[in-house]
Design a protein around this ligand. Structure first.
Ligand SMILES: NC(=O)c1ccc[n+]([C@@H]2O[C@H](COP(=O)([O-])OP(=O)(O)OC[C@H]3O[C@@H](n4cnc5c(N)ncnc54)[C@H](O)[C@@H]3O)[C@@H](O)[C@H]2O)c1
Length: 241
């Protein structure tokens, strides 16, 4: 929240702006790839390019972490991995439940990237009684009747919703009542949650629609450019008198 007389960007704990927090996973992904290749140091320009971020923005983001790099050497890759992981709360294990084990829920359960980033799939939950006990990604699916007990037994604070849109709000309310305070929602619906509960929404069709917008704009620009060139390529369509 903006405080005082100066208008400041929205910040999280310890004064790190929300926009910086949103870029930390991008840096971490690029740094993890460097670490896997045993690269010891990286310049802000190289890392910015690998993360797809402007390098001045990267330096500013890292200054919030108290990380300034060494002139002529760059940033220590391992130390930055540690610093960013700590800032994102990834130095601890986060148990996660996935609710709705259809096509998407099963794909998410099978995704190895959660565990490698510190997110342990503690349980898979579905309302279909026929699913109960069936193994998905090596974990037996449990019925929604068990939802509250599962959340409490595993100390789960993060829930993933992959149910049909019509069921998502009710699932969300049950998760929150049981103690979940962060929700990753894949269902195409806006969830209402009480204060203190964070919701992140993932919608691939929205991303595709944005790409479609850019495709349309590019096609329009190309059409305009070729109309300007005229039928003979680089000749202007209208010759000056
Ligand atoms: N965000 C995205 O990019 C994206 C991509 C694909 C699908 N989706 C959405 O994800 C959701 C799931 O898609 P899908 O293709 O896996 O559907 P699906 O029909 O294959 O699976 C839905 C599952 O949810 C279960 N379910 C229904 N009501 C429930 C409830 N109240 N509690 C627990 N489980 C319940 C069903 O039994 C089923 O197993 C849909 O809302 C879909 O629109 C989003």
């Amino acid at each position: 929240m903006a405080t005082g007389r100066n208008h400041r960007p929205a910040t999280r704990s310890r004064g790190i702006p929300e926009a910086t927090v949103a870029r930390l996973p991008l840096y971490l992904r690029a740094l993890t790839a460097l670490s896997e290749r045993s690269v010891p140091t990286v310049s802000s320009e190289e890392l910015a390019a690998a993360a797809g971020v402007n390098s001045a923005k990267l330096r500013k983001d890292f200054s919030y972490l108290g990380s300034y790099g060494t002139r002529g050497v760059g940033y220590d890759v391992e130390y930055l991995v540690y610093q960013i992981s700590r800032e994102l709360g990834l130095t601890q294990d986060w148990p996660v439940v996935i609710v709705g084990i259809g096509n998407l829920g099963a794909a998410l359960a099978n995704y190895g990237g959660f565990a490698s980033r510190g997110f342990r799939v503690a349980a898979l939950i579905d309302a279909d009684p026929a699913m109960a006990g069936k193994p998905v990604a090596g974990i037996a699916v449990q019925h929604t009747d068990e939802l509250e007990r599962i959340i409490s037994d595993n100390g789960v604070s993060i829930g993933v919703i992959a149910t049909p849109a019509g069921a998502a709000q009710q699932v969300c309310e049950r998760l929150v009542a049981a103690g979940v305070t962060s929700i990753l929602n894949f269902a195409p619906t806006v969830l209402s949650v009480p204060d203190g509960v964070d919701v992140r929404k993932v919608d691939l069709s929205i991303e595709l629609q944005i790409l479609a917008f850019h495709e349309q704009r590019k096609a329009g620009e190309e059409a305009e450019a070729s109309a300007r060139k005229g039928p003979d390529g680089d000749m202007p369509a209208v010759m000056p008198a």
